[in-house]
Design a protein around this ligand. Structure first.
Ligand code: NAD
Ligand code: UD1
Length: 329
């Protein structure tokens, strides 16, 4: 397949491009580099052993999307391009809706117009809102806690309704849990701009001495050690989930959780990082972060049953590869 990967230079997109190349697919990356670097594309080519086509542009721009589909014979789309900071989305909701939702509308419309039958979308566990754990795909979704989350829910609905109206159009909504880690080569990984919001890149920067100490947001949650519990998934497992999703695409809308299926607390992740990498992580407890949920993790059985996919790499591999990438920067 010739796969259009929007946001292919980003954290999850870059790992997925490598997996696509390794699986024998061709890749067209469309990225505006608003949160990534050009040299990542060369690294993808090095790791994947083949070249990719790069189109630099904004997929929330109608003309860019039209040209992408006119100038490339595309068989499927994986739509990663999006802004992903929760606090930024609260401050700039319209920028988030424009970027994340308008891009989905334009890409879906172009697929219908050009007869492109497969669309895989990067959704998030945030669409479950505050719900019982583990999260199951058939649960009723609750209002997400941020404009960022609302853009994911809106995109899911737009794609679901489009698939219902267009016979043969195959939409796969992938709800990611917490991707961490990096490619074992250390060439690609998560390198956010500015001070990281997310836990793993914060830990690696503390380990490197770029930040002084980790703030653990909340130690009074109803969890075994009082700190927040999440379902961390190695980014290479997540990348492989996209190949499985593309290869099993069928008309209509399919929804899959991509997670490991088990919960890990903040302190457990810190402990694993220290033990595996032999580096101390100074930390202090801080108040709960507004909007955070105490604990959630995936029921990942549907992906295993229907896609033949499950997460293979454990927490030790995640923290090892995250640290290897940070030391390589
Ligand atoms: P990222 O910021 O590393 O990658 C996104 C990429 O999209 C970047 O390369 C950025 O430059 C590009 N981009 C953004 N807007 C664009 C636009 N309008 N046109 C062209 N390119 C654009 O983020 P990521 O962690 O790789 O996340 C990828 C997707 O997965 C996002 O949609 C994100 O919301 C979703 N997601 C991420 C997580 C996570 O924890 N990382 C969790 C759930 C869902
Ligand atoms: C966050 C977003 C979520 C988004 C995901 C991926 C919020 C409320 N949720 O998920 O919508 O899909 O990122 O981009 O922002 N923690 C600390 N100290 C830190 C950072 C985090 O203790 O410096 C804790 C958090 O309280 C949480 C856990 O670590 O318990 C994981 O946090 P994080 O990596 O930010 O992910 P989420 O909050 O799960």
């Amino acid at each position: 397949m010739n796969v259009l990967v929007t946001g292919g230079a980003g954290y999850i997109g870059s790992h997925t491009c490598v997996a696509l190349l390794e699986a024998g697919h061709s890749v067209v990356i469309a990225d505006n580099f608003s949160n990534s670097r050009r040299d990542t594309v060369e690294r993808i080519e090095r790791l994947g052993g083949r070249s990719v086509k790069l189109v630099e542009g904004d997929v929330a721009d109608e003309r860019t999307v039209r040209e992408l589909f006119e100038q490339n014979a595309i068989d499927g789309v994986i739509h990663f391009a999006g802004l992903k900071s929760v606090p930024e989305s609260v401050a700039q909701p319209l920028r988030y809706y424009r970027n994340n939702v308008f891009s989905t509308v334009l890409l879906a419309a172009a697929c219908i117009e050009h007869g492109v039958g497969k669309f895989v979308f990067s959704s998030s566990a945030t669409v479950y809102g505050s719900n019982d754990v583990p999260y199951r795909e058939e649960m009723e979704l609750r209002t997400p806690t941020s404009p960022y989350g609302s853009t994911k829910l809106a995109s899911e609905r737009i794609l679901t309704e489009t698939a219902a109206s267009a016979p043969g159009f195959a939409v796969t909504l992938l709800r990611y849990f917490n991707p961490i880690g990096a490619h074992p080569s250390g060439l690609i990984g998560d390198d956010p701009n500015g001070v990281p919001n997310n836990l793993m890149p914060y830990i690696t920067r503390v380990a490197r001495g770029k930040l002084e100490k980790l703030k653990v947001y909340g130690n009074d949650y109803p969890t075994p050690d009082g700190t927040g519990v999440r379902d961390y998934i190695h980014v290479c497992d997540l990348a492989e989930g996209h190949i499985a999703a593309l290869e099993h695409a069928r008309p209509g809308t399919q929804v899959y959780n991509l997670g490991s299926g088990s919960g890990v607390s903040v302190l457990e992740l810190v402990e694993a990082f220290e033990r595996v990498n032999g580096v101390k992580i100074p930390y202090e407890f801080a108040p709960r972060r507004p909007g955070d949920l105490p604990a959630y993790y995936a029921d990942a059985s549907r992906a295993e049953r229907e896609l033949g996919w499950s997460a293979k790499r454990g927490v030790d591999e995640m923290v090892r590869d995250a640290w290897n990438f940070e030391r390589n920067l």
